[in-house]
Design a protein around this ligand. Structure first.
Ligand SMILES: Cc1cc2nc3c(=O)[nH]c(=O)nc-3n(C[C@H](O)[C@H](O)[C@H](O)COP(=O)(O)O)c2cc1C
Length: 275
């Protein structure tokens, strides 16, 4: 089979999951390519399966992923697709799966498999991510889950994630947060980013940003509206100097990124335009 895989990932969870899928598909004799959504989907004549992996942001998918799926051209012949969503809490994936599948179906894709995979939560400005040990065991479980997904797909199994209201939320609370975050939070909270006095303007955040939304001006990083709040800058900052005004300093919290995810190295090696 000829397979194309696409991802968006701030701190490496979605990358780890889809890269594990790539490995498994390849081991099983399939020709598999993997690239970030900053590279165009190359739907060659021979493409037989497309896979996507995104994180859940505020019960939906990141704006950049929604835009990417909305801008895909309508496909001419039916093409199978699968969608994997990584979530900090698999019970809080909200509409992330349905948002993606609705957009893909509109473009003519036959969505055969959808699943939410729990990975460590990376939203360091708003909560405390798990400890290193807990994160490791969650990642290992996620990898097992990703391998299972590939096995299922190769066996021809069909699976659709079933939406449930997050147990900690009332229906009202869920819809309130979903719409507030979708229309206000995700497009505006980049304004909240600040650095504390330990920032030495090393420029790593600027280099790492997957959407090129950070610029160092007068030795201070400045964020712009294309920021997805993916938390890469926050979690990779060697000084833990970046925070959001409303959340306060992240010093003393568990910072998180998937340990094997090396976005700067990938960028330098030009594995993909942006990672
Ligand atoms: C802005 C933002 C919002 C998030 N919202 C949710 C959420 O609603 N539900 C959830 O389970 N996890 C949420 N998370 C956690 C991420 O979805 C989770 O850690 C994901 O695996 C990160 O993937 P990545 O490392 O590929 O970026 C959120 C993270 C961020 C940065």
């Amino acid at each position: 089979m000829n397979i194309e895989l696409k991802y968006f990932s701030g701190t490496g969870n979605s990358f780890k999951i889809i890269d594990t899928c790539k490995e498994m598909f390849t081991q099983n004799g399939n020709q598999t390519s993997l690239s970030s959504i900053s590279d165009k989907l190359k739907l060659g004549e021979s493409a037989e399966l497309i896979g996507f992996c995104f994180p859940v942001y505020a019960f939906g998918i990141p704006r950049i992923c929604r835009k990417y799926l909305s801008n895909l051209s309508k496909i001419k012949k039916p093409l199978k697709a699968f969608v994997l969503i990584t979530a900090g809490d698999s019970q809080e994936a909200g509409f992330s799966v349905s948002e993606s599948t609705t957009l893909l179906k509109k473009k003519g894709f036959d969505v055969i498999y959808t699943k939410v995979i729990q990975m460590p939560a990376n939203w360091t400005v708003a909560m405390n991510p798990p400890s290193k040990e807990d994160a490791r065991s969650m990642i290992d479980d996620g990898i097992v889950e990703a391998r299972r997904v590939v096995q299922d797909i190769l066996n021809g199994e069909i699976h659709h994630h079933i939406f449930n209201y997050p147990p900690k939320y009332s229906k009202f609370g869920f819809y309130k947060d979903y719409y507030l975050f979708k229309w206000l939070g995700l497009s505006n909270f980049w304004r909240e980013f600040r650095v504390d006095e330990t920032c030495d303007a090393c420029g790593l955040c600027e280099k790492l940003c997957p959407t090129d939304s950070i610029q160092i001006e007068n030795a201070i990083p400045k964020w712009s509206k294309t920021c997805e709040q993916c938390m890469r800058c926050v979690n990779y900052c060697p000084k833990h100097a970046i925070f959001q005004k409303s959340g306060g300093s992240i010093k003393g919290k568990n910072i998180y990124f998937e340990p094997s995810f090396k976005p700067l190295k990938m960028k330098k090696e030009n594995i993909t335009k942006r990672v």
